[in-house]
Design a protein around this ligand. Structure first.
Ligand SMILES: [Cu+2]
Length: 316
């Protein structure tokens, strides 16, 4: 019984959970009231106008215009209210606060691979401290998955070839189920794991248990050299290629005349599909790294390129 209860009403363990639940319960109450109303009225008329009952059956005189306006406008405003309420929560869920810890997630048949900024890696487990916002930057190696933590009310598809994000601030220490909630093949049901929300002190102890040799940024820098990126992109390179310092978040003019913002997706596409968007003023000579470089390496390189921008900004 308790299990069933916690299945229907999982813990509220993130900042998002109360606002999502409020909408859910409001919808349940609203639907129940309307259903009840329809049934009561229908039942009342069934009894009152049953065959043989002696009641007045002459059609009503005059129009019903006022009723019709009322039953059109009232639901209209109720539904508009629901829309703006839900949209407000939706926007809050889709905009991570600044300074959130960025954690990379790679889904593959059938496991979750996690990369922390300090270089730590986990599989099917995610350890986070309570009270600090976390942003997941997610992609898939194969098919569409979905990162779902019911206790956080956080759920987002994880799509190959694309970064999607989800964020939450855990509010309650504990161990919470993590599911893949997009059918992804034979062992989809085993693509589960745990999110551990820890007190900061406990989390610090956990961090100290295993030493990590290099941060994600340092790993990215290593790949940047070993994969030959620096051969073209270094300032002293003989090849005419753009400098990548400070590129993250900036507008980039493309050869087709459009301008795009160099976000994570743009950096990722530049590495895997260099001919998709060619920077203006350069020859499309960059080789594609599609199939030659793992998702985790791309994540590390993207983290490195973002870091180049951060350190440039802080120097100014
Ligand atoms: Cu899956």
């Amino acid at each position: 019984m308790r299990q069933l209860f916690s299945f229907i009403f999982p813990d509220q363990a993130s900042n998002l959970a109360p606002s999502v639940d409020a909408i859910f319960f409001a919808l349940v109450v609203l639907c129940s009231v309307i259903t009840l109303l329809v049934f009561v009225v229908a039942l009342f008329f069934c009894v009152r106008f049953r065959r043989g009952s002696k009641v007045d059956r002459t059609p009503p005189k005059g129009g019903t215009l006022r009723f019709e306006i009322a039953w059109t406008l009232i639901p209209f405003f109720v539904f508009c209210g629901l829309f703006f309420w839900a949209a407000d929560v939706y926007f809050a869920m889709s905009r991570p606060p600044g300074g959130a810890t960025e954690i990379h997630v790679v889904g593959k048949q059938w496991m979750w691979k996690i990369q922390h900024p300090d270089g730590r890696r986990e599989i099917n487990e995610l350890h986070v401290p309570v009270g600090r916002p976390v942003q997941l930057i997610m992609t898939s190696e194969d098919v569409i998955h979905d990162f779902f933590v019911p206790a956080f009310r956080a759920k987002q598809d994880v799509v190959p070839g694309r970064y999607t994000t989800e964020w939450f601030t855990p509010t309650k220490p504990g161990r919470y189920h993590l599911f893949c909630s997009q059918y992804c093949g034979t062992n989809h049901s085993t693509m589960v794991g745990w999110v551990y929300v820890m007190e900061p002190a406990e989390h610090a102890r956990w961090l100290n248990q295993v030493a990590v040799s290099e941060s994600l940024v340092a790993e990215g820098e290593r790949h940047f050299h070993s994969r030959g990126c620096s051969g073209c992109h270094a300032p002293n390179s003989q090849i005419h290629a753009p400098l990548l310092e400070g590129i993250y978040g900036k507008p980039v003019p493309l050869s087709d005349g459009t301008i795009v913002i160099a976000d994570e997706q743009y950096l990722r596409d530049s590495i895997l599909l260099p001919n998709k968007q060619v920077a203006a003023g350069y020859e499309p000579i960059m080789p594609t790294f599609q199939g030659r470089i793992s998702e985790e390496e791309v994540n590390a390189i993207v983290a490195y390129l973002k870091h180049l921008t951060d350190s440039e900004r802080s120097q100014q």
